[in-house]
Design a protein around this ligand. Sequence first.
Ligand code: GRF
Length: 202
Amino acid sequence: MSRKKVAILISGSGSNMLALLDDMQADHPAEPCLVLSNDPAAPGLAKAAARGIDVASVDHRVFGRDRSAFEAELMKPLLAAGPDIVCLAGFMRILTAGFVSHWQGRMLNIHPSLLPRYKGLDTHARALDAGDARHGCTVHEVTPALDDGPLLGQADLEIRPGDTPATLAARVLDLEHRLYPAVLRRYAQGDRTPLFLTSDAA
Ligand code: GRF
């Protein structure tokens, strides 16, 4: 059976992208076909190129507030690469319903909270401010509603006394790097059963 082609969208360091690339290197139902960013200077682009992965970027700043014009350009390298699956991985642009509807049902995102709690930004500070005992990350299918959509996986950990947004973010990021590859493996085989992980060092 041929491997599913995966395009990965990033905005910055691409640590989740690297975790996905590492996992796809061997014995995997999917393979990377493109790493694409809204920022030509995204450090993740050089890391992907160094691994021989096709990369592209479309600078969203060129299009100002015209999201549709930006997305029309973003679609070009994506359609050229022809992915079966699109993974948003640290991608920080909000996508319009038009763009999402084209990829819906084959586009995933990872979000640093236990959705449906804390959609949007500053999730770690919000969990701390709320006095939550546990926090984590979620992989979901992307729908037009922000940080919504069918749950594909969650990983959680215990918030520790003295945790700051930075220390919590670092531990959640480690969980993300375990969760996203595990979910993509299943998803690429057509398995949409939600996966639940928990941190060993909870
Ligand atoms: C991660 O917390 C991810 O969940 C969020 O952006 C952060 C950076 O991701 N969307 P990465 O290191 O660029 O993969």
